[in-house]
Design a protein around this ligand. Sequence first.
Ligand code: UDX
Length: 448
Amino acid sequence: MKISVIGTGYVGLVTGACFAEKGHNVVCVDMRKEIVDKINKNMPTIHEPGLKELMDKSKDRLHATTDLTAAIMDTEISFICVGTPMNKKGGIDLSQIIDVSKSIGKALKAKNAWHMVVVKSTVVPGTTINIVAKNIADESKLRFPEGFGIGFNPEFLREGNAVVDSLSPDRIVLGTEDDKSLKKLKLLYGDKFEAQLVLTNTRTAEMVKYVNNSLLSTLISFSNEIANICEAVPGVDADEVLQIVTMDSRINPRHEGKLTNPQIITYLRGGCGFGGSCFPKDLKAITEYANKNGADAKLLTEVDNINRQRALTIMTRIEKRIKRFDGKTVTLLGAAFKPDTDDIRESPALHFIELLLKRNAKINITDPEALNNTKRLYGRKLRYFDDPRKALKGADLAILVTRWKVFAEIKPQEFSSLMRTPLLFDGRRMYDKKAYSDHLEYMGVGFQ
Ligand code: UDX
């Protein structure tokens, strides 16, 4: 099938490359010429494992252009993958969706064939029908569903795992309102992917994406609240409590007598909070949507609040011990919002940096991938180190922010010999409490 993918950010480029890998002919559309040129030279514009190999393998079926009209004319189905960032008021900014759907409508006016438009960008319920379909109909003077098709097909791509998630999804959710659109989408995905096709309407599919991310972020904030409570109880460690709780076979089923340890339990662990380009933005969008529509979203509002206060909650604890940060050197182990990515968007590290700068601390920061992005944001306000051991030299406090494997390799003796005052705050509960406490002052999330 001939597909156009509009917007070549994270989701667009990975989606395009994966469709090309599955044998479809894909043209990616982006208004930035430098991005288009790079894709046409098989150069990924984002850092994602396996993407370059995929682009190389399917280079004959993957192209890019800045010409949206030509792409619409030449393809039978278009995926909208533009950004839906947070606006200044904390809600969803749909301006790119609005612009693109109008442009598609204008292009379709001149096209003499039925064309299908699928929204993949994360949008609040009703957007696909009320905004995208409406704009296309208004601009093209075509009627839905006779003149064109519409669908919503959410992505569940994790950064760092996006290619695998996209080639072998656990489910493919197809939200449609008419038979012809559904038939087209089934044809596109049908025999090329092993995953189950889940068929529903567009609003449900739009909602599924938010609920999925809301559930996972709720587990993280829940665990952080439990950590806060346990920190008030002498002799209790939230890590141990949650470990025992997650042995409940309803959370962690057994197979042949052994725990299966499903991934869900890794979200049930106290830490520095969640970040990234999705969880924080999606929570804001769905709570704003709820408020606007007269629905109560107290829990999700609090999930977001707990997360925003996370670094301050941790800093307040450390401050009780350190008293003043003035002139002290603090080493942040990690800048990325999670390991195996260079992405620092909404990273907990940024919250720590802001709080520490306000307190006049000197900040050393180290990260295997995300230092360039951090430099771009903070320039000379911080000191940057590729080598974590150099970053620890002479420090009065180290805070483990990101669960990178290389940080796990730093032995307790190294912390104590390198630092001026060997005080480690384990913000991810990555280190062995007993082993590290024997050699240095070890503080962490979830215990006194
Ligand atoms: C997320 C969703 O997982 C994905 O389905 C959606 O389409 C986009 O948003 P991503 O932001 O890449 O993907 O990150 P994810 O790996 O889900 O991590 C989100 C947050 O959860 C991070 O802050 C991370 O540190 C935390 N997390 C992740 C955990 O606490 N435990 C884990 O096991 C994984």
